[in-house]
Structure formats: structure tokens, C-alpha cells
Design a binder for this molecule. Structure first.
Ligand code: G6P
Length: 543
């Protein structure tokens, strides 16, 4: 991929000028002036409807952003991404999570696809055998519980998917242990029967402190509760470092390899999805992959104007770099997606939280937006106040599914009424006249009205993107997650950064090891005064 500083392109200059006009755009007026606005700024792809029309853009903005994408050679970059070029250059790796969800072995990455299909076949055979009771616990009973031990990409993707697909789960009960916190481990192991539990250790590197510590504690607990000989049947591993997993004591047969061309935070489609596949069955897992593949095809083959991930990525650039918005909210109107924001935080912020461009030079523009959110309607009763009336611009994604899983029309209508009402209210706001009229009709005195009115005014004009999907299924979920993966890619290309490394995480790991050594020797002197004082307080409570 070429090194192109986006701010040195013609399109950037054009956008800078264009921004001066658009920053005064009033969405209410934009709709009344153009009766086709909704239609012109809405994208569809099968069961997905993505309405961009409540954003602070015009058709012209969209065109100018596309020009930016073209000047930054997004087309060629997409080609490099899907064709397995080593676009993760700082780690000298290709980025091919897309190869995990296709059957096409005839492409340039055919060999990788063949390897991925073989690895999926081994995983599916294992999953089916466990779920059919052909592979059993050491005592011959059927496994009824899975404990996934992993962190970061080896946890967030699987948990998010499993929670999202609760309506598709089988009889297996899943637990996830991630934090290096004895209390977290304890809370999980006290709920399970080790005799019928399968432990899935997931670590791409098999070198992550949290996962190894938790696995060791759980293995020791298991051998006390059951016995040492049963370990081989009850512990399996997913890793790209097979040797380390063998050294840990996992039976070679029970190690499911991952590929180094799949980044941790994009790995849920691989054997990292083992626990999920055990919990929802192989057919549902396959549907998840096929949904993601559908989005891959859309992304690869659709013109930029109609391309959902391209348009969403460009909107982020627009808000981040021109409006200087610091963050974006993602609000799913379903409890099933309650872990989506956490999953996206890793996917988005670990990928695009970079301040050096592809030449190794500090960037002279903003990158990596902050992402956060919670399901609606809960979040309406929590942080929506700030989105409606705070001082910050927070573009938000509103995601909902037109059809509910269970038949409770009263609930679903109310949920969806809130979903539609919020984006409308964020856009329309409530002006002084409307506020005064309301207060008058509620019988308030003129004095009270004058006092209260300023607090009740909503400026409106708050941008939102509505993503309305027919129904939450494994397929539509796969498609939604892939949509965000490609959005991340688009942003990284425009920002001219490497989205697929994560050197920033490494420093914290090294420092924690150093302090651990001090803690084990009750030392505190080698640090700054603040850290020394905190360590001493810690020792005083624990010794
Ligand atoms: O799967 P593992 O090798 O144990 O890595 C788990 C996590 O480790 C680090 O935090 C990386 O930054 C993450 O991207 C990764 O997902």
C-alpha cells in the first residue's frame, strides 16, 4: 500500500473548504429542502438498511469524501487486503480474516483458504463429536459445560457472539474467564462441575500472562477435584504456538492451530470460535461465517457510493478530522448485543489508535476515534443526557433488528418506538418556541417559563446513523461484525497508519512484569513517589 498523507491530497483541501459551508448545515432544514434526502443517503444490502441521512453531510460531502478515498488509493488497498499482501508490514504479515469465511480456493489466497477450511473441518468434527456425546468427559459422561480461558481477541469476540446468539444456543453452558483475577476464576469454578466441563484455552501466542495464570490455576484445581489423568481429555487449546501449548501439557491431538495471518482481534471466525461453536452448534457457526462473507463480497465489489463499510469509514473521517469529534457511540437496541461496544473497542481502538504514519513519521492529523456505548433503551436512562444536551459532538450508530426473536409485540413496539424516537429527537431537538408552548400548556406562569425554558431547549442537529436489520440471526450478526471490520480498514487506509499491529499494548505488559518482581520481594523503592506510596499501602493491607 502506498504512503499517502491524506492532508496533502487535493480532496482534503477541497473538503476543508467544503466544511466551512457544511458546518452550518441544519438537518431539519436539509430534510425540508430536499424530499429525496432520506432515499439519496440510504444504503441497502439484502437485509441491511443503513440510513446516513441524519448525518451532517450533503450528497456533495459524500462525493468529496469518495474523492479522498480515491486519492488515498483505497481501491488498490482493498485489493491488497483481500489478496493477502503483507499489509501488516510492521509484523510482516498478511491480514486475512476474510479467508476464514470463504469457500473459494481458486483465488490468490487459495492456499490459505484451503488451510482454513481444513482447520475448520477439524474444529467442526470435534464440536459435533462433543455435542453428540461421542467425545466424552473422562468419566464417560457427556460434557455439559465449556470454560473459555482467554483475553483480548481470544475472549471479546467469542463472548460477544455467544451473548448475541443466546436464542440459538444448545444445551451447553458456557463460561468465560479472562481477567488475571483470582476472584474472577473463583466465581466461575464455583459454578461448574469439573467432571463434565471442557476447558478451552485460547491464546494465539500462548504467552499471555492472564491466560497462562488462569489456565494453571484451573488445571491445578481440576487435578485436585478430579485427577491428573483426566487433564488430557478435559483441556484443549487454540493457538498458533503449538509447541508452547504442548509444553503446557495439552495433548497434541487437542491443539487447534490458528494462523499468523489472522490478527487476534479479528480471529473469532477461526478456531478461536471453538467455544462459540460448541455452544451454538456448527451449522449456526457456519451461518455466521457466511454472513461475514456476504459483507466481504459487498465491500469488495460495490462502488464506493453504495458501499456500506466505505461510507461508514468516510463518515468517521469526516467527523474525526473536520468536525474534530473525539468519539462515536454505538447503541444497539437489543440486549443480545450488549457486548458489541466492548468488542468494538478492542477492534477499533487497538487497530487505529496510532500516531505514526506508514513512513514512521508522527501524523499531523487526528486518527483513531474513541468508541463507546451500551444497549438502548438502558443507555437512554444513563448517558443520553450528554448526547442530547452536552457540549460535545457525538455521532452515534443506532442498530436495531426489525423482528424480535420472541413474540412480545408490546415490548418490541416500545423498544422500536424508542429507537426511532431518539434519532428523530437528536436531529430535531426542541427550540425555544416549542419549549415555551409546552410549558404554557402545562399551566406554568410566565416567570416559571422564563426560568425553566433555557434548560429545556435541545439544540438538536446531533448526527446519527441508523442501521436497521431484518432480524438477528447468526448470518446477519456475521455480516454486521464484518461491516465494522472493513470500516476499520477503510479508516486505517485514509489515515495512512498500520491498523493491524498493537505495539502500544506491549509496554504495559513489560512494566507489569517488572512491578510483579518488586511485589514478590515487597520492594517499592525503585519507583516514583506516587507508585512507591501505592505499593506501600498495598503491602500494609496484605502483609
Ligand atoms: O491470544 P493471545 O496471544 O493470548 O493475545 C490476547 C491479546 O493480547 C494482547 O492484549 C493483544 O494486544 C491483543 O490483540 C490480543 O488479543
Amino acid at each position: 500500500m502506498k504512503n499517502i498523507n491524506p492532508t496533502s491530497t487535493d480532496a482534503w483541501n477541497v473538503l476543508t473548504e467544503h466544511f466551512k459551508d457544511v458546518k452550518n448545515l441544519n438537518l431539519r432544514e436539509a430534510f425540508s429542502q430536499n424530499s429525496n434526502r432520506a432515499e439519496e443517503l440510504t444504503l441497502t444490502e439484502g437485509d441491511f438498511l443503513v440510513d446516513l441521512s441524519k448525518n451532517l453531510i450533503t450528497k456533495e460531502t459524500q462525493q468529496k469524501l469518495i474523492d479522498l478515498a480515491k486519492e488515498c488509493e483505497l481501491d488498490a488497498a482493498i485489493h491488497s487486503y483481500f489478496n493477502g499482501e503483507k499489509i501488516n508490514a510492521t509484523e510482516n504479515r498478511a491480514v486475512l480474516h476474510t479467508a476464514l469465511r470463504t469457500q473459494d480456493t481458486s483465488s490468490k489466497v487459495g492456499e490459505k483458504v484451503t488451510a482454513a477450511l481444513a482447520s475448520k473441518e477439524k474444529m467442526f468434527a470435534f464440536v459435533d463429536a462433543v455435542n453428540d456425546g461421542k467425545i466424552t468427559a473422562a468419566n464417560g459422561q457427556k460434557f455439559d459445560t465449556i470454560v473459555n480461558i482467554g483475553i483480548g481477541g481470544s475472549d471479546l469476540g467469542p463472548v460477544m457472539i455467544y451473548e448475541a446468539l443466546q436464542a440459538y444456543k444448545n444445551e451447553m453452558t458456557l463460561h468465560f474467564v479472562s481477567n488475571v483475577e483470582g476472584d474472577h476464576v473463583e466465581e466461575v469454578i464455583k459454578k461448574i462441575n469439573p467432571e463434565t466441563t471442557l476447558f478451552v484455552i485460547v491464546s494465539k501466542s500462548f504467552g499471555t500472562q492472564e491466560t497462562l495464570t488462569n489456565s494453571t490455576t484451573i488445571r491445578n484445581w481440576f487435578s485436585k477435584k478430579v485427577n491428573d489423568h483426566a487433564i488430557a481429555q478435559h483441556f484443549i487449546a487454540v493457538s498458533s504456538n503449538v509447541q508452547r501449548a504442548v509444553d503446557f501439557g495439552i495433548d497434541q491431538e487437542n491443539i487447534f492451530p490458528m494462523f499468523d495471518w489472522v490478527g487476534g482481534r479479528f480471529s473469532l471466525w477461526s478456531t478461536v470460535g471453538m467455544s462459540v461453536a460448541l455452544g451454538i452448534g456448527t451449522q449456526n457457526f457456519q451461518d455466521l461465517l457466511e454472513g461475514a462473507h456476504e459483507m466481504d463480497e459487498h465491500f469488495k465489489n460495490t462502488t464506493f457510493e453504495k458501499n456500506i463499510p466505505v461510507q461508514l469509514g468516510l463518515l468517521t473521517i469526516w467527523y474525526n478530522n473536520f468536525y474534530k469529534a473525539q468519539s462515536e457511540a454505538v447503541i444497539p437496541y437489543t440486549q443480545y448485543l450488549h457486548r458489541l461496544p466492548a468488542y468494538l473497542q478492542q477492534a477499533i481502538m487497538e487497530s487505529n489508535g496510532k500516531s505514526v504514519d506508514r513512513n514512521g513519521n508522527p501524523v499531523n492529523y487526528e486518527t483513531g476515534n474513541i468508541v463507546w456505548g451500551e444497549p438502548g433503551t438502558n443507555s437512554q436512562h444513563a448517558f443520553f443526557q450528554l448526547i442530547h444536551q452536552g457540549t460535545k459532538l457525538i455521532p452515534a450508530h443506532f442498530i436495531a433488528f426489525a423482528k424480535a426473536k420472541y413474540h412480545h409485540p408490546d415490548h418490541h413496539n416500545k423498544l422500536m418506538a424508542n429507537f426511532f424516537a431518539q434519532t428523530e429527537a437528536l436531529m430535531n431537538g426542541k427550540n425555544q418556541d416549542e419549549v415555551i408552548k409546552d410549558l404554557q400548556s402545562s399551566g406554568k406562569s410566565e416567570e416559571e417559563i422564563n426560568k425553566l425554558a433555557p434548560f429545556k431547549v435541545f439544540t438538536g442537529n446531533k448526527p446519527t446513523t441508523t442501521i436497521l436489520i431484518d432480524e438477528l440471526t447468526p448470518r446477519s450478526l456475521g455480516k454486521l461484525v464484518a461491516m465494522y471490520e472493513h470500516k476499520i480498514f477503510v479508516e486505517g487506509v485514509i489515515w495512512n497508519i498500520y491498523s493491524y499491529d498493537q505495539w502500544g499494548v506491549e509496554l504495559g505488559k513489560i512494566l507489569a512484569d517488572r512491578i510483579l518482581n518488586d511485589i514478590e520481594n515487597s520492594e517499592s523503592d525503585a519507583h516514583d513517589a506516587s507508585t512507591t506510596q501505592l505499593l506501600q499501602k498495598f503491602y500494609s493491607i496484605n502483609n
